[in-house]
Every structure is written in C-alpha cells, then in structure tokens.
Ligand binder design. Structure first.
Ligand code: ZN
Length: 91
C-alpha cells in the first residue's frame, strides 16, 4: 500500500473497506462451548459500515488478562465492563 497518507483519522475496515471510527464496543468472547464472557466498553475502532469492532493492541492485552481472571470463576456467562486498570477491580 504505497502512496497512502499516514492519516490516523482515516483508518479503513479490512473486511469491507468502510471508515473506522474510535468508539467503545461490547464484545462477546466464546471461551469454550459453554463459557461466554461479554466485555462492555472496550476501546475499539468501529467500522461505520459493517459495525465490526477492531480492538487495539494494549486494549487487547487488558481484555486477555480480564478473560484469564474470569475463566477461573467458571461462570457460564459473565458480563464485565472493560477497565484499563484491572488489578483495581478483579480479585
Ligand atoms: Zn467494515
């Protein structure tokens, strides 16, 4: 992709070519057959056309930590709100 301006405000959706907008997404993660964890308010770039959320690197790391903690609870369905400082909330 040469000749594309490095303009942070015009990111393009890899799946449909729509414009991405910064926002917050509610994302369900299916851990195993019977375990679903829904994480709310995850910072993501959301496609204006297909509504697909793209979670950025550091947010992904936080989500993975969160999922790891929640998996150990063995709850079939968990709904949590994303926090960048998980250690304050999860015990
Ligand atoms: Zn899209």
């Amino acid at each position: 992709m040469t000749g594309v301006h490095a303009n942070k405000k015009n990111k393009i959706c890899p799946s449909c070519g729509g414009l991405l907008e910064d926002g917050k997404a509610t994302i369900p993660f299916i851990i195993r057959k019977n375990i679903v964890i829904v994480v709310k308010a995850v910072p993501a770039e959301i496609c204006l056309d297909c509504k697909e959320p793209y979670v950025r690197g550091n947010a992904t790391d936080q989500v993975l930590i969160l999922l790891k903690h929640l998996k150990s609870l063995k709850s079939e369905v968990s709904v949590v709100t994303y926090s960048p400082k998980l250690s304050d909330r999860i015990y």
